[in-house]
Write a protein that binds this ligand. Structure first.
Ligand code: FAD
Length: 447
C-alpha cells in the first residue's frame, strides 16, 4: 500500500510512523510545501526552547525507515491536487495544520503596526514566506500582546530577551538584530478573562519571572477572588501571586500581565497609536461580558494571539465554522456526512489548534488505525496507477522541482555547520533561494 501524508509537522510524522510500522508496512510519501520538514516544531516553537524542538530527533528516526520518502517544496493546491492524490495513492492523510490566525474583528485591526502573532513567530523562526516583514521594532516603546495562551507568552518573552539570551538560539540573525535594536520599554499582555481562566501553562508563565532583562508586574487587585478551576490554574495563580508581591528590580523592560480586558478598537491615523480596552466581568459560565468601563493604552505595536485557524484545501471538505476538515476520528466526511473512502486527516486540521506536540501522536495513530482497518476490510478502492514513480513523473511534467529528503539533509547540515562555529544549534537558511540552493544537489529536476 502507498499512502500520501500531506504536511510534515508532528501529526504528519506520527501518522507516517504508524503507517511504516504497520504489518505489512505501508510506503509513505510525505508531501510538504516547504523545502524543510517538522512544521511548527521548526517554525512555531520558540527558538529559546531547544529542548522542545529536539523532538525533531524522533522525526529523523521515522524518516530513516525504509518506505519513507520526503517530497519537499511540493504544495497541494499548487503542484498536486486532491484528485491527483486520490488517483496516485491508496489513501491520503491530510495533516496540514492550521495555517492562518483568527482575527479580533475590531476597528483599526488592519492599521500598520497591528499584526498577527503568527507573523512574528514565523518571522523570528525563519519561515521563508515571512522574511520580508518589517515590524519596525525600533519605533516601539510599548507593545500590546492580546491573548492568554502559550503563544502569547512566547511572543511576550521573545520580545523581552536580552542579546545574551537570544545569542545561543537559532532565532534568525535578522530577528536577533531587530529585537536587540528595539526601543521596547514595556510589553503588556491583555487577557479577556481572569487569571484562573488563562490557557497558558505554569512552566511557561514561571519562565517570565526568570528573564534577565525584564521585570514582571501583576496588579494584585486582578487576582483577588480568583478561584482555581484545575491544577494548572491553581499553579498559575500561585506564580501570579508571586509576581504581584514582587518589587520591580528596575530591569530595562517591564512585562505587565493584565486580566479582564478586551481591545475594542485599535487607535491611530496612519499607524497604531494605541488600543482602547474595555473591562470585562465573568458571567456564570465564565464568559467575558464587557462592562461600560473603558481605557486607552498608548502603544506602537499590537500582536493578536487569539487562536490559529485551518485553511481549506480545494476539493477537500472543510468546516468554515471550526476551521477544520469534517471527520469522524480522522475519517474525512463528505457532504452527506459519510466517510470519503481513502481520505483521512490528523493533527490541528482534524481537531483544531490545541494541544501540545505529543497530543498529535495519539491523534494521528487513531487516524492510521482506522485507515488500516478500512484497508483490511476492503473499503479502499484499487489504485492501479499508485506506483512510486508516477507522482515524480507528474511533478516533473508540471515543472516542479522536488526537494527530496537528501536535499533537506543538505540544508540541515549547512545550517548546523554554520551554527557550530558560533555555539548555536543552527543558523537557519530562511529565504526560498537559500533553501533551494542548499538542497539543489538532491532535488529532482523537471523533465
Ligand atoms: P503543523 O506543525 O502546522 O504542520 C503542518 C505542515 O503542513 C507544515 O509543515 C506546513 O508547511 C504543511 N502544509 C500546509 N499546507 C500544505 C499544503 N497545501 N501542501 C503541503 N504541505 C502543507 N507544542 C508544544 O508541545 N510545545 C511548544 O513549545 C509549542 N509551541 C508552539 C508555539 C507556537 C507559536 C505554535 C503555533 C504552536 C506550538 N505548539 C507547541 C503546538 C504544536 O506546534 C502543534 O501541536 C503541532 O505543530 C501541530 O501539528 P500539525 O502537524 O497538525 O501541524
Amino acid at each position: 500500500m502507498r499512502v500520501a501524508v500531506v504536511g510534515s509537522g508532528p501529526a504528519g510524522f506520527y501518522a507516517a510512523a504508524a503507517l511504516l510500522g504497520a504489518d505489512p508496512p505501508v510506503e509513505v510519501d510525505m508531501i510538504e510545501r516547504l523545502p524543510t520538514p517538522w512544521g511548527l516544531v521548526r517554525l512555531g516553537v520558540a527558538p529559546d526552547h531547544p529542548k522542545i524542538k529536539s523532538v525533531s530527533r524522533a522525526f529523523e528516526r521515522i524518516a530513516e525507515q525504509p518506505g519513507f520518502r520526503f517530497l519537499g517544496d511540493v504544495e497541494v493546491g499548487r503542484d498536486l491536487h486532491h484528485a491527483d492524490l486520490v488517483r496516485l495513492y491508496d489513501a491520503v492523510v491530510y495533516s496540514v495544520g492550521a495555517q492562518t490566525d483568527r482575527r479580533m474583528e475590531i476597528p483599526g485591526e488592519d492599521l500598520p503596526g497591528s499584526w498577527a502573532a503568527t507573523e512574528l513567530v514565523a518571522w523570528y523562526n525563519g519561515h521563508p514566506d515571512y522574511q520580508e516583514l518589517d515590524f519596525e521594532l525600533e519605533r516601539a516603546r510599548r507593545v500590546v500582546v492580546v491573548g492568554a495562551g502559550n503563544v502569547a507568552l512566547d511572543v511576550v518573552r521573545m520580545l523581552a530577551l536580552t542579546p545574551e539570551e537570544l545569542g545561543p538560539t537559532d532565532t534568525t540573525d535578522a530577528a536577533i538584530a531587530a529585537i536587540c535594536g528595539a526601543g521596547i520599554e514595556e510589553i503588556v499582555m491583555v487577557a479577556r478573562r481572569g487569571p484562573a481562566q488563562a490557557a497558558f501553562t505554569t512552566p511557561e508563565l514561571a519562565e517570565l519571572g526568570e528573564l534577565a532583562g525584564a521585570d514582571v508586574l501583576v496588579d494584585p487587585a486582578e487576582l483577588a477572588g480568583a478561584e482555581p478551576k484545575d491544577t494548572n490554574s491553581e499553579r498559575n495563580l500561585e506564580v501570579l501571586r508571586g509576581y504581584a508581591a514582587r518589587e520591580p528590580e528596575g530591569k530595562p523592560k517591564r512585562i505587565l500581565l493584565r486580566f479582564f480586558r478586551s481591545p475594542v478598537a485599535i487607535l491611530g491615523e496612519e499607524q497604531v497609536e494605541g488600543v482602547e480596552l474595555v473591562r470585562n466581568e465573568l458571567d456564570e459560565n465564565e464568559r467575558a461580558v464587557p462592562t461600560g468601563e473603558r481605557e486607552t493604552l498608548d502603544c506602537e505595536l499590537v500582536f493578536r494571539s487569539v487562536g490559529y485557524r485551518g485553511v481549506a484545501l480545494a476539493e477537500v471538505p472543510f468546516d468554515e465554522r471550526s476551521g477544520t476538515i469534517p471527520n469522524d476520528r480522522g475519517r474525512v466526511l463528505g457532504p452527506e456526512g459519510k466517510p470519503l473512502p481513502g481520505v483521512y486527516c490528523a493533527g490541528w486540521i482534524k481537531r483544531g489548534p490545541s494541544g501540545v506536540i505529543g497530543t498529535n501522536k495519539k491523534d494521528a495513530t487513531e487516524t492510521v488505525e482506522l485507515l488500516l482497518e478500512d484497508a483490511a476490510a476492503g473499503r479502499l478502492a484499487a489504485k492501479p496507477e499508485a506506483t512510486a514513480d508516477a507522482v515524480l513523473d507528474l511533478l516533473a511534467e508540471r515543472g516542479a522541482t522536488v526537494v527530496m529528503y537528501a536535499g533537506w539533509t543538505a540544508i540541515d547540515e549547512a545550517e548546523r555547520g554554520a551554527g557550530e562555529k558560533l555555539g548555536r544549534p543552527r543558523v537557519k537558511l530562511c529565504t526560498w533561494d537559500e533553501l533551494r540552493t542548499a538542497a539543489e544537489g538532491a532535488s529532482t529536476t523537471p523533465a
